[in-house]
Design a protein around this ligand. Structure first.
Ligand SMILES: C[S@@+](CC[C@H](N)C(=O)[O-])C[C@H]1O[C@@H](n2cnc3c(N)ncnc32)[C@H](O)[C@@H]1O
Length: 251
């Protein structure tokens, strides 16, 4: 078995599971011959991550689900009846949270449409699409599945990192800009936009565009977002209507 208790019995950890409490032992992982150190550290982190354990307990497909739960607690984004587009949705944690909160598929419930470039298992109550959001046909596919305006566009999209910081930065910005442009086409007035960005990465032009299009724009790093990750979220609320949209460069 890969996981073993540390030789000294492991160290104590406080505040283990989110919303849970209690103390649990830290699990350490022995480096197997064929496992790289980075994989060993990843496995060790997963085994000791209270959000991973809680996601499993609550039936969420990813620990990322808690990021949306926490963003929603703070910004009140998801209500029964809310119509949601979830970009970069696989494996489906955010979609699961959105379906439950908007009561998708129930009388007077909302609607949730998710898309990911990867194949992913359907989430009951949602429309799950596979496709590259940057592909020409993606916006139309999403709009068709939605069948009307959206109240909330979520983007947790993250391109695989190349290890080349400026390339990674450009890729992330391209995804957020495309998501924002799409949001401008589908959001109903008063709607909201939430996107993963990276600290120091919300470019001035993007921020200016957000401020023109929405009445409030804030950054938030939910507690479930790992402290060592540069990831943060931009939360824009109070969409002013598509007349405020235009060239993201602000021209
Ligand atoms: C951090 S994960 C999303 C986790 C998800 N929110 C959850 O709760 O399970 C980022 C996702 O973005 C997707 N992604 C990256 N680039 C994309 C693109 N161009 N089009 C669609 N999905 C994309 C990745 O495939 C990946 O599944």
């Amino acid at each position: 078995m890969a996981a073993t208790k540390g030789k000294s019995g492991g160290s104590k950890r406080t505040g283990a599971a989110p919303g849970g409490g209690g103390r649990s032992m830290t699990v350490t992982v022995k480096t197997a011959k064929r496992r790289k150190l980075s994989s060993t550290l990843w496995l060790q982190r997963q085994l000791n991550d209270p959000y991973v354990q809680e996601a499993k307990r609550q039936g969420y497909r990813s620990r990322a689900a808690f990021k949306l739960v926490q963003l929603d607690e703070r910004f009140h984004l998801l209500r029964p009846g809310t119509r949601v587009v979830d970009l970069g949705a696989a494996p489906g944690g955010w979609t699961q949270v959105a379906v439950a909160k908007v009561r998708a598929g129930q009388p007077k419930g909302g609607r949730v449409v998710g898309m990911d470039i990867l194949e992913w298992d359907p989430v009951p109550g949602a429309t799950t699409l596979q496709g590259d959001f940057l592909a020409d046909d993606a916006p139309d596919r999403l709009k068709e599945a939605l069948g009307g305006p959206a109240d909330l566009v979520l983007s947790d999209m993250a391109a695989p990192t190349t290890g080349h910081p400026s390339t990674d930065h450009l890729r992330i910005i391209a995804l957020v800009e495309a998501a924002l442009m799409f949001a401008g086409e589908v959001l109903a007035p008063g709607g909201a936009f939430v996107a993963k960005v990276f600290q120091g990465g919300t470019e001035k032009t993007l921020l200016d565009q957000l401020k023109r299009s929405f009445t409030t724009v804030r950054h938030a790093k939910p507690p479930a977002s790992r402290a060592e990750s540069a990831e943060t979220y931009v939360v824009a609320q109070g969409f002013r209507g598509d007349a405020s949209q235009g060239d993201p460069s602000g021209k």
